[in-house]
Design a protein around this ligand. Sequence first.
Ligand code: NAD
Ligand code: TYD
Length: 336
Amino acid sequence: MIKNLLVTGGCGFIGSAFIRKILRDTDINIVNLDSLTYAGNPENLIEIEGNHRYHFVKGSIQNPELVENICDYYKIDGIINFAAESHVDRSILDARPFIDTNVGGTLILLQTAMKHKIRRYLQVSTDEVYGSLGESGLFTESSPIQPNSPYSASKAAADHLVSAFVHTYGLNAVITRCSNNYGPFQFPEKLIPLMVLNACEDKKLPIYGDGMNVRDWIYVDDHCSGIWATFLKGKSGEVYNLGGKSEKPNIEIVKTLLKILNKPESLITYVKDRPGHDRRYAIDCSKAESELAWKPAFNFDEGLVSTVNWYLNNPKWCGNVRSGEYMEYYEKQYKI
Ligand code: NAD
Ligand code: TYD
C-alpha cells in the first residue's frame, strides 16, 4: 500500500477535487507540487487547510532537483500527475508552455520515479489524444492516437513517454484517458463555467462554429474515483478510458444552462470556429467498468444543476478568478 503520494497540479480543477477525496477517504499523506499558473488556485483547497496529512510545495514539475528533493524528504512512494497546461484555445495561441510542462515536466517525473524506485505512477491523460470521431462510434483504448491540437499532441507525447518507461525500464505505471469534466472550481475559460458566469452577468455566450460539436461530459468526482480505482487496480502499462456516458452538443448544454439560470437565449452569439475544432468525442469505458469495478455515478442533469448552484453560491471565488490576467486572455480570445 502507498503511504506518501505526490500529487502534481493539485491546485487546479481536477487535482484539487482528487486531493479532497483522498484525504477524506484514506489515511494516505499527500504532497501537492503546483507551480500556481493562472489556473492553479490555492483557494480550491481552503477546506483542507491545516490538515496534517497535506503538504503544499510551490514549484514546477520541470525542476528535477525540486522533484527529487520532495521524493527524498517526504519518502514518496506513489506519483499521480495532474499538472498540465490544459486549455485547447491557449495551446492554439502559444504551444510552447504545453510542450514544456506537459511533455518536459512528465519526463522529469518519470526519470525521478525510476531513480527513487517509486512503486506506482499514474498519468492523467485525456480522450483528446484519440482525435475526432464522426457521427458514430466510441473511442476505445486501442483507437489510434491522432491528436489534432497542440494541447492534445502534448498529452499524447507524454502518454508515449509513460509507455516507453514501462517498456524500457520496467516502471510500474498506468494511464487514464478521460472525457470532458465539469463541476465546482473549474476555471471559467472552459465551456460550462464560462457560460454560467457570462450569463449571470448578461454577457454574450460565444458558441464556436455551429454549436454542434459533441463532448462526453463527466462529473469531476466520477473522474477522481476512476483515477483512484486505476491507481489501485490497473495493470501496469495499460490505458483505462474514463467517460460519463453523457454525449451532448455544445448548443444543447448552453441552452440548458440558460433555462436553469432563467436567462434569455438572445445572449447566445455564434463566433468564428476554433481552428482544427474536433467534431465529436465519446468514450467507451467498458474496460474500466469490467476490470476496475468503476462506473460513473452522477446523473448529468443533476450534476449540472448542482454545478450551477456552486458558482452562484461562490461569488468571491468567481470574482477572484475573473480578474487581471484572465480578462486579458478573454479580450484577446473573444473580442466581443
Ligand atoms: P487545470 O488547468 O485546472 O489545472 C492544472 C494545474 O496544473 C494548475 O493548478 C497549474 O497551476 C498546475 N501546473 C501547470 N503547470 C505546472 C507545472 N509546470 N508544474 C506544476 N504545476 C503545474 O487542469 P484540470 O482541468 O484540473 O486538468 C488536470 C489534468 O487532467 C490535466 O493533465 C488535463 O490534461 C487532464 N484532463 C482534464 C480534463 C478536463 O476536462 N478538464 C479531461 C481529461 C483530462
Ligand atoms: P472546452 O471546455 O474548451 O473543452 P475541450 O476543448 O477540451 O473539449 O470546450 C468544450 C467545447 O465547447 C468545445 O467543442 C469548444 C466549445 N466552446 C465554445 O463553443 N465556446 C467557448 O467559449 C468555449 C471555451 C468552448
